[in-house]
Design a protein around this ligand. Structure first.
Ligand code: GCV
Length: 719
């Protein structure tokens, strides 16, 4: 009887708790660091291993300790007391240098470098404890987040023995945030940096930003737009940046700045910014010294030069290496680095835009100083739904090449489309450059293992803004998360990362996790199909890049026009980048080029990137190119319907607020996918003159109606 009553009470309690949990609206602010109460049975398993924390009090160790305390109080509903002596179930965290108990254990830390960690269940003086050990405080912090992830993803912590270290040294966000608070290509509201109130502002949001980044191993941030203003290098703005650096430092996040190349003229009153001019060099040295005085651990400069109207060394007939090395010289005494972007193309260069960055940078191999990284976008054009890897990867063996991915979805659905980008990142990282034989993947180029470079890096253009949920939509948080995980380990799997993220962000119930992960994994392919199937690219509308514009042909620079890329006419469609066309293929190692050279054998998802083909060309499945194109647009649209159905069925697992927010976005995505299909098919049909394959619905409106659409206030255009 008593047992039955107890069971009943438990049931009622459980139900009430369950209902409370379901009803508890979540606005997404907590990201993947939600630390929600665990069910009683699970809590009972973890609790004996989480009784106290023994930690030093240096800033990063305190950050690690307080994160563990926050986690435990969330999971278990009680405090994790800080202790000085070790008891059963203690978490003992630190480095051998400052934590005697860890020194005594003589753990194998030597292979973990400066940022790796080791987590082990051990016995100390007869007490069963968990040790998080590292060679540096930052490593300890990463280990603390790793232990929390173990609990968040429902895995055991009683017999731990794991060690990990990042494969890439510089793991950065690039904010394209302007000093006026707008964000270029930002879809999550205004900039989180309140330059106006800085340096006095101490915003909890900055601490939470740093926590989120540290939890995924990001160790630096470039806070201002690469289309930079010299103003950010003036004394008042250096003071503001220093205040931000103070907020981020306890979480191991270093500050970097985008530097405007012409600053010596604009701020220093010099007549030139020629990188070989002694006065210019002296100006940069003095400016750099001034920054380091305010920010002793300043990371360095990111530079966009001679690109889309930005000033650069080319203005003085100097090379990119001359420009980069001048800044490198100023930064070297302080241990700082230069990230020099390879995103260059010119309207004065009549060659295929996809070839221009290679043409300009490849001859400079061996000329860049040791503290320069050349930052290369994943593909040769500009963050498209699908691009082959940039031919620069692996082509400059004496140069430190770093990756630039775009986390914000400028061309891939902006904040409203559910598109998980990690499969796109993974596709690039796993691609084989063949430069040193099979297995010379892009990942091995940028992690330095291929050419034995120690200075390595990966940057992601941030999708973060002042919106309460940080990224403008709940699912875009996954792209920030996945970027960090891949920067830590470029060999990680996008599916595994999605699985962790879903468990931490929503629910660990397999009935939820499996369909959501599948939906995320399919989403990029769906988007590529409804926007730019079969390797089409840069078909987005002008300026804001929101929606389709395959007909656009009147823009000042030829390579800004979608028609430049689709080359659709009565004869066919696609960009011939073989020998008979621009021969961009020749920029790749012959073995890599071979993969894309024969349209009949290649992965057709890249087809029209490399080949111009007649409308009646037979695809590998036997359909004509025209029919196959229409079918792929439709299949992308159909996938958005499947996503809606999947999500609708998952309502019981998600709080109402986030469920509704995602549902609304899926409705927008479906409508816009249809718009993409209809507008694109209308335009291409005006060229092919062919009927739609049987059973495929005609576009809802005539072509002119799509061409007439304007969106003056589309977000992300910056100032
Ligand atoms: C920051 C694309 C974007 C620009 C961006 C540029 C770049 O062209 O549309 O907004 O400018 O890339 O990466 O520099």
């Amino acid at each position: 009887m008593t047992q039955r009553i107890a069971r009943l009470v438990l049931l009622v309690l459980g139900l009430t708790l369950g209902l409370v949990t379901m009803a508890h609206a979540e606005d997404g602010y907590d990201l993947w660091l939600r630390y929600r109460p665990l069910p009683v049975a699970q809590a009972q398993i973890y609790a004996p291993h989480l009784t106290s924390v023994v930690a030093g009090d240096r800033p990063m160790l305190s950050a690690a300790r307080s994160e563990l305390q926050r986690g435990v109080s969330g999971f278990l509903g009680h405090d994790l007391p800080a202790a000085t002596s070790i008891g059963d179930g203690a978490l003992v965290i630190g480095t051998p240098a400052e934590q005697p108990a860890i020194k005594a254990l003589n753990l194998p830390l030597s292979g973990l470098g400066e940022e790796g960690y080791l987590i082990r269940s051990v016995t100390v003086d007869g007490h069963k404890v968990t040790v998080i050990a590292a060679n540096s405080d930052r490593g300890v912090l990463y280990g603390a987040f790793r232990l929390l992830r173990q609990i968040q993803t429902g895995q055991g912590i009683d017999k731990l023995d794991m060690a990990d270290a990042p494969k890439i040294r510089v793991r950065l966000l690039n904010h394209w945030d302007n000093l006026d608070g707008s964000v270029e290509r930002g879809y999550a509201g205004a900039s989180i940096w309140d330059w106006w109130r800085l340096p006095d502002l101490k915003d909890q949001r900055y601490t939470d930003y740093a926590r989120a980044n540290a939890s995924i191993g990001i160790n630096g941030t470039v806070v201002n737009n690469v289309n930079a203003k010299a103003l950010s290098l003036t004394a008042p703005y250096i003071a503001k940046t220093a205040a931000l650096a103070d907020s981020l430092r306890p979480y191991g996040i270093k500050i970097y700045l985008s530097a405007r190349f012409s600053s010596p003229i604009e701020l220093g009153g010099l007549k030139t910014a020629d990188p070989l001019d002694p006065a210019v060099r002296a100006w940069w040295r003095a400016k750099t010294d001034e920054i380091y005085k305010a920010i002793p651990d300043f990371g360095g400069f990111l530079v966009k030069a001679n690109s889309e109207g930005q000033p650069g060394p080319g203005d003085y007939h100097r090379s990119h290496a001359d420009g980069a090395n001048m800044l490198a010289e100023a930064l070297a005494p302080h241990g700082g680095i230069v990230m020099w972007r390879a995103f260059v193309y010119s309207e004065h260069d009549a060659s295929d835009r996809a070839k221009q960055a290679y043409n300009e940078f490849h001859p400079l191999d061996g000329q860049f100083a040791d503290n320069v990284l050349v930052q290369i976008k994943n593909g040769p054009i500009d963050f498209q739904p699908r691009e082959p890897f940039s031919p620069l990867f692996g082509a400059m063996p004496k140069t430190r090449e770093m990756m630039e991915f775009q986390i914000t979805k400028e061309y891939t659905g902006q904040a409203t489309h559910l598109v998980y980008l990690a499969p796109l990142f993974e596709e690039t990282l796993k691609a084989d450059t063949f430069v040193r034989g099979a297995g010379s993947t892009v990942a091995r180029v940028i992690d330095g293992s291929l050419e034995k470079h120690a200075l390595t890096g990966m940057a992601g253009v941030a999708n973060i803004g002042a919106n309460r949920n940080w990224t403008g939509s709940d699912f875009d948080q996954a792209n920030w998360y996945a970027f960090g995980r891949l920067a830590w380990n470029p060999d990680a799997s996008s599916r595994d990362i999605a699985t962790d993220w879903v468990r931490m962000t929503f629910s660990g119930d397999p009935a939820f996790v499996t369909p959501v992960v599948d939906m995320m994994m399919n989403s990029r392919e769906a988007m590529a199909d409804y926007m730019t199937p079969l390797g089409l690219h840069h078909q987005m509308a002008t300026g804001h890049h929101y929606g389709p514009g395959p007909w656009v042909h009147e823009l000042a620079r030829p390579e800004w026009n979608p028609v430049y890329y689709n080359k659709a006419d009565a004869g066919g469609i696609g960009f011939d980048r073989t020998k008979t066309g621009s021969d961009a293929l020749a920029q790749y190692n012959p073995r890599a080029a071979k993969i894309w050279s024969d349209p009949r054998k290649m992965d057709e998802r890249y087809l029209l990137w490399f080949h111009h083909l007649p409308w009646d060309y037979r695809l590998q499945d036997g359909h004509t190119l025209w029919d196959g194109l229409v079918m792929r647009y439709q299949s992308g649209v159909d996938q958005t319907g499947v996503m809606q159905i999947t999500w609708t069925g998952l309502a019981p697992y998600v709080d109402a607020q986030r469920f509704a927010a995602v549902s609304q976005n899926l409705t927008i995505q479906r409508r816009e996918a249809k718009w993409w299909r209809d507008a694109s098919i209308s335009y291409f049909q005006s060229k092919s003159g062919l009927p739609l394959p049987a059973g495929y619905t005609a576009p809802a409106l005539p072509l002119e109606a799509y061409e007439a659409l304007t969106f003056p206030y589309a977000p992300g255009q910056g100032h």
